[in-house]
Design a protein around this ligand. Structure first.
Ligand SMILES: [Ca+2]
Ligand SMILES: [Ca+2]
Ligand SMILES: [Ca+2]
Ligand SMILES: [Ca+2]
Length: 447
């Protein structure tokens, strides 16, 4: 296992200097899988099977136990099989990685607790079940799946499956499905119901000191199913608190993302990670996003948690209650302020998006911290000027001769006449007068 993985997992699953066992279990020339056992861990290792066969460590007699499956994927132009995911089936954590647009593998950063967590009355948060076993399904040419089954202290049973979609440059995706069944009555903490009592999944990250670059995530975006999205920078100076006065509305189809930028020195190049709710049965879809920034500023601790809360969870969950949830994890490369559409480049699309944000402040329901380049809490022409500096070209310089002038207007009209998609400046799929107004906006700039 790479050293970086061990350092990230230090608090959770492996101690410094631990020498984990790592056994190859699958290789079809595109995807390779390894079973991993950490030498020291908070969770016990559990049995693992692949395609129905128990995984055996030939170096030891008798049954073997493991913590994680590592996935490696062949990427063109890169050394064979860089690490593409770690599935810690012994705890239910997913640590996704992403290949940058140039194929460079990312560091590990934000991870996902790929199952529910709940807070019984008078007890701490039960973040993840005690797992009993892990199972891998891996067939040539198919996406590997990892399943784990466990129990929340006998109060509830859990089964979860993670399907690792073949990564593309700039995005990797994990499809997650879990089922949770209450065995005993579960009294939820009455003081936290509707805020932090029953989570459908948790993004587990680190924000220790932004000024020192010690973070795996710096910004949180909550995007409702209506498309209404708000991105804010997380204030690391006030700790030991929930991120929002009350959970932010989400709903089925909404998503929540923790973004990282390139100012981080810790796990530099680590990914941005988001989750999108796809389906729910057995619970209402009254959902919200809440988070917590812990007091600890040790970068080895997962100090930042952001989760999807079941807002109207009952006071007592009756035995037999069964909840199934499907969600999608998306992992993308870190992006810098000004890259409003998070595609890894400063382009005309970012300039347009920023113009659309002018005048919005932190309190606004569509505020986007990525359009607030000077991070003063309001999007102004100063932010636009900073973006133009980063772009290096004027967004109205359509003919790329270095000067925005009448020649660009003629270029636009040429495109328009030719029905070229280049004329679709607002990217709505239609060439019309709206694109002309966009050109004028870009030409005139911010004022
Ligand atoms: Ca961009
Ligand atoms: Ca600003
Ligand atoms: Ca020009
Ligand atoms: Ca258009």
């Amino acid at each position: 296992m790479p050293e970086s993985v061990c350092s990230i997992l230090a608090a959770l699953t492996c101690l410094a200097h631990a020498q984990p066992v790592s056994i190859p279990i699958f290789d079809d020339g595109v995807t390779a899988l390894r079973a991993v056992r950490f030498t020291s861990s908070l969770e016990p290792a559990v049995p693992l099977a692949i395609n129905g066969q128990s995984v055996d460590d030939p170096a030891t007699p008798g049954a073997d136990f493991f913590h994680a499956v590592e996935g490696y994927t062949r990427v063109p132009q890169r050394s064979p099989f860089p690490l593409s995911f770690v599935d810690i089936f012994a705890s239910g954590y997913v640590r996704p990685l992403v290949f940058a647009w140039d194929g460079t593998p990312s560091a590990i950063g934000t991870s996902v607790v790929a199952g529910p967590s709940f807070r019984p009355e008078g007890a701490p948060l039960d973040l993840a079940p005690q797992m009993l076993l892990g199972r891998v399904t891996a067939l040539r040419g198919q996406e590997p799946q990892v399943l784990s089954t466990g129990s929340f202290d006998g109060a509830a049973l859990f089964t979860g499956t993670r399907r690792y979609v073949a990564p593309r440059l700039g995005v990797s995706t994990v499809e997650v499905t879990w089922t949770w069944r209450a065995i005993r009555p579960i009294v939820l903490d009455p003081t936290q119901r509707g805020n932090d009592a029953f989570r459908l999944m948790t993004l587990s990250s680190m924000l220790a000191d932004a000024d020192l670059g010690l973070y795996d995530a710096r910004y949180v975006r909550v995007r409702q199913s209506t498309g209404l999205a708000r991105t804010t920078q997380i204030d690391d100076s006030v700790r030991g608190r929930h991120l929002f006065a009350s959970p932010q509305p989400l709903g089925l189809g909404g998503d929540v993302t923790l973004f990282k930028d390139h100012r981080a020195t810790w796990n530099a190049g680590g990914p941005s990670v988001g989750v999108r709710l796809v389906s729910i049965t057995g619970a209402s879809v009254l959902l919200g996003v809440q988070g917590y920034l812990a007091e600890t500023t040790d970068p080895s601790d997962d100090s930042l948690s952001v989760w999807v809360e079941w807002l109207d969870a009952p006071a007592v969950i009756a035995p037999g209650t069964q909840i199934s949830v499907t969600f999608r994890i998306s992992c993308s490369p870190a992006t810098d302020l000004g890259d409003v559409d998070h595609d890894g480049a400063f382009t005309r699309a970012d300039a347009l998006a920023l113009l659309g944000q002018l005048g919005t402040t932190l309190a606004h329901p569509t505020f986007d911290a990525y359009a607030d380049l000077d991070a003063d809490g309001v999007v102004t022409c100063r932010d636009y000027d900073l973006l133009l500096q980063r772009m290096g070209t004027h967004p109205a310089d359509l003919n790329a001769d270095g000067v925005p002038d009448a020649g660009d207007l003629f270029r636009f009209l040429d495109w328009f006449e030719a029905h070229s998609s280049n004329a679709d400046l607002n990217a709505d799929g239609i060439n019309d007068i709206g694109d002309f107004f966009v050109f004028l906006d870009l030409f005139q700039g911010c004022r």
